[in-house]
Design a binder for this molecule. Structure first.
Ligand SMILES: [Zn+2]
Ligand SMILES: [Zn+2]
Length: 134
């Protein structure tokens, strides 16, 4: 178990892998329901308005979007989220559909295991250096 700093309240806590402390996780779950219900009723909304109306911080809304728990109801996600690989606008998660496909197909092929070892840059021989005892 590692002691890490909570991303949300900045307090240190014993983590099992997550980056939010138990208190914040509980809060995020409550906020998730609030925001989800708000989005359900106000389909075309933006994150500023959602944050203002629900009093849920934008940081938490962004977190929920990146986790894929919330989806922005707009094809390009209002430019709030971009694919972490190709930087294309997305409306939920971390990767666009194409990159997600690429990632999962590369995992199928086990590309990482078959990857060629990177050639080591060879140290250039220092020519013309002074030879001793010749
Ligand atoms: Zn916290
Ligand atoms: Zn992409």
């Amino acid at each position: 178990m590692n002691i890490v700093q909570c991303t949300f309240c900045k307090k240190p806590f014993a983590s099992l892998g997550g980056r939010a402390c138990p208190a914040c996780l509980e809060q995020i779950d409550k906020d998730f329901i609030t925001v989800r219900d708000y989005i359900y009723e106000h389909k075309h909304s933006n994150i500023d308005l959602i944050s203002k109306e629900t009093e849920v911080s934008k940081q938490i809304i962004m977190h929920l979007l990146k986790e894929g728990r919330l989806i922005i109801d707009s094809p390009d996600g209002d430019g709030l989220l971009v694919c972490e690989m190709c930087k294309k606008p997305i409306n939920t998660g971390r990767l666009c559909k194409e990159c997600m496909g690429k990632v999962s197909s590369s995992m199928d092929k086990n590309v990482i295991a078959n990857k060629k070892p990177e050639p080591k840059p060879e140290q250039p021989n220092i020519k013309g250096s002074a030879k001793i005892g010749n």
